[in-house]
Design a protein around this ligand. Structure first.
Ligand code: AMP
Length: 113
């Protein structure tokens, strides 16, 4: 069965998209864990962080810079936010197409659960 986030990247789902370019898209998480909860994904399929290759360095840097820009745009940059990427079972990954969580709008806890 085709990957859920590949379908979102291909525009096949009814998703609240905040940003897109030729490499990545960003959209609101369907089950937000904070007042602001946005996911950033690469358009092409990468299952887990373990599958990143050397030439994904630019992609990962780009994703981080766009996350920062979105945080500015939605007004959580100064109050603060958290970027999270979960990997495999112990990391709590449930969708196997890499994604960066941008979470903000409330005080985050440490250590994370
Ligand atoms: P993770 O547990 O790190 O793999 O995160 C997967 C995230 O994808 C969760 O926060 C889900 O709420 C979110 N999610 C699952 N399906 C959708 C969807 N159709 N649209 C937006 N977010 C989704």
């Amino acid at each position: 069965m085709e990957c859920l986030f590949c379908k979102i990247a291909q525009g096949e789902m009814n998703t609240d998209i905040l940003y897109k370019d030729e490499q990545i898209i960003a959209f609101r998480d369907i089950a937000p864990q904070a007042p602001s909860h946005i996911l950033l994904i690469p358009r092409h399929h990468i299952s887990t962080l373990n599958d990143l290759a050397g030439d994904d360095t630019k992609l990962m840097g780009h994703m981080t810079v766009i996350a920062q820009r979105i945080a500015q745009q939605i007004g959580i940059a100064e109050s603060g936010y958290r970027l999270v990427m979960n990997c495999n079972q112990n990391g709590g990954q449930s969708v196997f197409h890499i994604h960066m969580h941008l979470l903000g709008g409330r005080q985050m806890c440490w250590p994370p659960g």
